[in-house]
Every structure is written in structure tokens, then in C-alpha cells.
Design a binder for this molecule. Structure first.
Ligand code: EZ4
Ligand code: CO
Length: 402
């Protein structure tokens, strides 16, 4: 089999997505997600100008060799743009391999290790009462694990809180908006939120929380300690992870489990965090971390240190990436949990897919390959629109981590 064409579909059915379509001389096609939130066209140009011309004529069954060709062969390594581009190609090749062998991708990765992938969804509210209602609503929908975020009093547009009762979607069309941040107010507020959320959710529901890189290590240690009575499944991104040793300081003080890595793109971003057992869950997912091929290697490395996966799964990961993550999650032994923010009905219509949710778990479905298609005619009606994630400032105007 040979690759005869590779092209991008850039569309915006309620939000931007960059999708790679690889075609072969045997009529089989594969899809890969190449979406990098707020930097979409950088990946599109990297693929179009530098990667796709090199794919034509290659044998799509040689997934590992093509991965190495794009990683080592570029000389310049790593980084979110490069690794998202490689991921898109990698996903498309696994999709083609599954279709060629008439089997779902999870079967090619060793077969199912479980009946389904435990998922968590997002609950949020402008205040504690609204957040508690939202948690209860998601429990009623069947979720067994829920992430809770609420507006911090005195902090306008807190992370994780949607505007005007809509589902939370952080990317906004136009130029970046600015939100405010106060560590002091947040640290006083978070235990009060989880006291109420745990009371309402009962003992059995897993509760999660995203700190979104906003604390110093010692502040994160205080937060973890103050949340221990509410037995969180994890606190996410407690501090920016460039300083990997910072996590050692957090660990000295708290047994609240830690998840990090949604902004990572390579094993080399998390090697020490995993080896030194400074985290419990690795969030680097297939689309930003070099595809199924690299995710599988990272998962196997993490397994040695009893670190489990908790892949990023916000709406900026397209249904193609969601499917790929579910195939990996179903197959690997050290799967932990999968994030699931439902896409809008329009996004789902553009990307018809075989994966499904039932009673707290998701399954990738049993269609050959990844089990996702794209309706190109519908996609073409929703052209790309510039959009950004917000930036954040402290109350005195200092720029800080969003
Ligand atoms: O900010 O997906 O855990 N989920 C998150 C998301 C991320 C966005 C970034 O593109 O942190 O809200
Ligand atoms: Co996050």
C-alpha cells in the first residue's frame, strides 16, 4: 500500500479543529487530529509545508519508521507544534492499519484490558451552590467521576467557570481576553467548595479539581493538605511543571494525588516526574504528545513507576483525538481515567464517531480503525475563525499563568 495524498481540513463547527486526511492507493483513508488550541495554523503550516510532501509514496503500514522519520529526521525536536503534527500523521496511520486489518485500533495495541474507560466530566458554577447543583446533575447523567470548579469570590472570570450558563469552553473568538487571579482568595475558598461538594456527592463519587498551573510549590502543598479531608481523586496541574523538582516539595506535604502534563509533548517533559514518583497520573494525550505510538511508550514507562494515565480530553481535542485516546486507554494496563468534555451537537455531526458513553464509562466502539469519520461538506460550511485562550493577571496587573 502507498500513501497517494495527504491534506488538511481546517474547520470551526463551534470551535476550531485541524484534521489530517491521509489517502492510499487501496482506497483506504485515515484521520488524525492536529488541533493545538489558539495556535491551530502553526501546526497546519508545519504539516502542509514540511511534513505532508514527505509522506507521498510511503508505505502507511510502517508507522514506527514514519514516526522516527518525522521526529529524528527533522533534526529539530519536540515542542507542541512539531509533536502535534507528528501525532496527526501517527493517528491517521493507525486508523489506516486498523481498516486494512479490519479491526479496531485497541485490538492492535494488545486488545481490551477492561470493559470501558472510566471518564470524568466538568461541573462548574459561578458560586458553590451552582457548582454543587452541577455536580449532582452530572451524577444523575451517570458519571462516576466529576471535576468541580467554581467562581472564587472577588476574582472576576475564575478558571473553569462558563459565561452565561453555557458549557465551559475556554477558547474565545477574537483576540485573547484577560481574566483575574488571586492566589490568596483561591486558597481560602477551595476547601470550602470541596466540603460542600463532597457532602452532596456522597462517598463513592470520584472528585477532581484543576488548579491550572497557578500556584507555587509550597502554595500547592498547602492546597493539597487542606483538601485531604475531601479525598480527591487528584488535584491537577498544581504548579507549572517546567520545574520538575517543585513537585518534590508538594509531595513532602500532602497525600492528595497529583495529575499533570496536558501541556507536555514528549516523554522527556515528564521523565523525572515519573521516575521519582512525583505524580500519580500523566495527562499528556495522543494529540499533543506524538500520537498513539508515543503515548504507548510513555504509558509503558509510567507503568514501571505505578503512574497511571489521565489523558486530557477537553473540547479542543477533536473526536478523532478522543477516539485515539479511548483506544489506547482501553488497551493499556495502567489506564487511570479519561477526561470527557462533551463536544457540541454540531461538532459531533461533523465528526460522526463510534465511541459512546454509558454509566460512567466510555468505549471506543468496534469499527475498524479509530471509528471516526469527517463530513467534509458540512465542515466546509464552518471556516476557521481566529480564537485564543485567555491570559491571566494578578489583582495588581502582573501577568501570571492562566
Ligand atoms: O485549559 O483544554 O483540564 N482541562 C483543561 C482545559 C485546558 C484547555 C486548553 O486548551 O485544563 O480547560
Ligand atoms: Co487541565
Amino acid at each position: 500500500m502507498k500513501i497517494t495524498a495527504a491534506r488538511l481540513i481546517v474547520c470551526s463547527p463551534d470551535r476550531n479543529f485541524v484534521t489530517l486526511l491521509v489517502e492510499t492507493d487501496e482506497g483506504l483513508t485515515g484521520l488524525g487530529d492536529a488541533t493545538l488550541n489558539g495556535r491551530e495554523l502553526a501546526v497546519a503550516a508545519y504539516l502542509e509545508e514540511h511534513v505532508l510532501p514527505c509522506l507521498i509514496g510511503r508505505d502507511p503500514s510502517r508507522i514506527e519508521d514514519i514516526w522516527q522519520y518525522l521526529y529524528r529526521g527533522a533534526y529539530w525536536r519536540r515542542g507542541p507544534v512539531t509533536m502535534t503534527a507528528i501525532a496527526a500523521v501517527d493517528m491517521a496511520l493507525w486508523d489506516i492499519k486498523g481498516k486494512a486489518l479490519n479491526t479496531p485500533v485497541y485490538n492492535l495495541l494488545g486488545g481490551a484490558s477492561r470493559q470501558g474507560c472510566l471518564v470524568y466530566t466538568h461541573a462548574n458554577g459561578a458560586d458553590i451552590a451552582e457548582a454543587v447543583d452541577s455536580v449532582q446533575k452530572h451524577i444523575a447523567e451517570g458519571y462516576l467521576a466529576v471535576r468541580a470548579q467554581a467562581g472564587v469570590p472577588g476574582v472576576a472570570s475564575s478558571y473553569g467557570v462558563p459565561k452565561g450558563g453555557k458549557a465551559y469552553e475556554p477558547a474565545e473568538r477574537g483576540l485573547p481576553s484577560e481574566s483575574l487571579w488571586s492566589t490568596e482568595r483561591y486558597l481560602n475558598f477551595a476547601p470550602k467548595l470541596f466540603e460542600q461538594v463532597r457532602l452532596a456527592a456522597g462517598e463513592d463519587i470520584h472528585l477532581l479539581h484543576d488548579v491550572h498551573h497557578r500556584l507555587t510549590p509550597i502554595e500547592a502543598a498547602r492546597l493539597g493538605k487542606s483538601l485531604e479531608p475531601y479525598r480527591l481523586f487528584w488535584m491537577e496541574d498544581p504548579t507549572p511543571a517546567e520545574l520538575q523538582d517543585g513537585f518534590a516539595l508538594i509531595r513532602q506535604h500532602t497525600t492528595t494525588p497529583i495529575a499533570t502534563g496536558e501541556v507536555f509533548n514528549s516523554l522527556w517533559d515528564c521523565k523525572e516526574l515519573i521516575e521519582k514518583q512525583l505524580i500519580d497520573y500523566i495527562r499528556m494525550t495522543v494529540v499533543h504528545g506524538g500520537g498513539i505510538t508515543h503515548a504507548r511508550k510513555v504509558a509503558d514507562f509510567a507503568a514501571i513507576y505505578q503512574v497511571r494515565t489521565g489523558y486530557h480530553g477537553a473540547t479542543d481535542l477533536s473526536p478523532v483525538a478522543m477516539a485515539a485516546a479511548l483506544h489506547v486507554g482501553l488497551a493499556i494496563h495502567n489506564f487511570g481515567i479519561q477526561e470527557h468534555m462533551a463536544h457540541t451537537a454540531l461538532t459531533d455531526e461533523v465528526f460522526p464517531h463510534a465511541y459512546s458513553f454509558q454509566a460512567g464509562y466510555m468505549h471506543p466502539g468496534d469499527r475498524p480503525g479509530l471509528g471516526v469519520e469527517i463530513d467534509e461538506a458540512l465542515a466546509s460550511r464552518y471556516p476557521y475563525q481566529r480564537a485564543y485562550l485567555p491570559v491571566a493577571r494578578k489583582l495588581d496587573g502582573t501577568l501570571t499563568d492562566w
